[in-house]
Ligand binder design. Structure first.
Ligand SMILES: Nc1ncnc2c1ncn2[C@@H]1O[C@H](COP(=O)(O)OP(=O)(O)OP(=O)(O)O)[C@@H](O)[C@H]1O
Ligand SMILES: [Mg+2]
Length: 327
């Protein structure tokens, strides 16, 4: 189920479909890629720490390292954790322990290659959690190597920084972004205007994921033109959330859910922003039963804050809103 869902998403979103699978395919970040390619040739690779802005290839590079180092069996020997998703350091500790134990069973360090743990969004961890993480890193050092990813290096405690080789990723230059966008258009057989691609770059400032998402949204309007890019960029998140609400409240659950997924997955609206915009829009729409609406919103806001699965919760929220107006 899980993997089937992943494949669907991978085909739906160009940013996933065109995610590099080899270090050599990563756009720009040349010095980093060179450094890493050398490091992973050595028999004892170090822990690594990647820092830098969104959408410039940090997670991609970490996955490429796992694939190049571990070959076909990389999935089995790689653990991907998201520090902000999981419920705290306890979960990280348990998952790492479990993973390390499964390695022992499978026969230690096949081919002398350690297993890899990719810990994304590590700067979301409290410093207590990071201190605990530091111990976990040391305890599992015999069999595993960590690739720790963050946006802000300053948020990572010094004892972790000093145990890793640090790589600072930077925003991607204009020419490289445009070339990459062109390559995708050609593969997708999407028509594009050169000027429109430059406009995408201006709006996203070297965040390649965001660039690809805008381009996909524009292409969905017919072609990647100045006009479609302008509207893809200018689409107000709030207006779109309003549309999801209207569909849900008119009992069109499936349509509203499809729009919701487009918003969160193609446009990258977070569940937090969704809730905020939904709240603002609803009161402007002058819904019939604001007090019941408020109670439902509060319930789902709480569930999301408690760490429940966002896609499941937001879908359930739409179903609840659908009942609201039928009464
Ligand atoms: N340097 C790059 N080369 C090729 N594709 C890239 C690069 N950077 C980003 N992309 C594209 O953007 C998508 C997201 O990239 P990635 O997940 O590596 O970003 P990130 O740096 O980890 O960002 P975040 O901090 O938001 O997690 C990739 O799937 C890929 O399509
Ligand atoms: Mg990432």
């Amino acid at each position: 189920m899980e993997s089937a869902k992943k494949t669907d998403l991978a085909n739906l979103m160009w940013s996933e479909k065109y995610r590099p699978k080899k270090l050599g395919q990563v756009v720009d970040q040349k010095e980093i890629i060179k450094g890493i390619s050398n490091l992973i040739k050595s028999p004892d690779i170090p822990h690594m720490l990647f820092a830098g802005p969104a959408g410039v290839g940090k997670t991609t590079t970490a996955l490429c390292i796992a694939m190049e180092l571990l070959g076909e069996e990389w999935r089995k020997n790689t653990l991907e954790l998201n520090a902000s998703d999981e419920r705290g350091i306890k979960m990280v500790r348990e998952r790492v322990k479990e993973f390390a134990a499964s390695i022992k069973l499978a026969g230690d360090r096949e081919f002398g290659r350690p297993k890899i743990i990719i810990l994304d969004e590590a700067d979301e961890m409290t410093s207590e959690a990071q201190t605990a993480l530091r111990r976990i890193i040391e305890d599992s050092a015999r069999t595993t190597r960590f690739i720790i990813i963050c946006n802000y290096l300053s948020q990572i405690i010094e004892p972790i920084q000093s145990r890793c080789v640090v790589f600072r990723f930077t925003r991607l230059p204009k020419e490289d972004v445009i070339d990459h966008l062109k390559m995708i258009c050609e593969q997708q057989k999407a028509k594009y205007e050169e000027k429109a691609l430059a406009q995408i770059y201006e709006a996203t400032g070297g965040d390649l994921r965001h660039s690809i998402n805008i381009m996909q949204a524009a292409a969905g309007m017919g072609s990647v033109s100045m006009a479609s890019v302008t509207s893809a960029i200018g689409i107000s998140g709030r207006a779109r959330v309003g549309e999801v609400l209207r569909l849900a409240m008119s009992g069109r659950f499936n349509d509203s859910r499809a729009k919701l997924l487009e918003l969160t997955q193609v446009y990258g609206i977070s569940e937090g922003d969704f809730m905020k915009y939904a709240n603002e829009e609803a009161y402007e729409m002058r819904i019939e039963k604001p007090e019941e609406f408020a109670a439902i919103m509060a319930e789902y806001d709480y569930r999301l804050a408690a760490g429940a699965h966002p896609e499941i919760q937001l879908s359930a929220l739409l179903a609840q809103l659908g009942k609201l107006t039928k009464k």
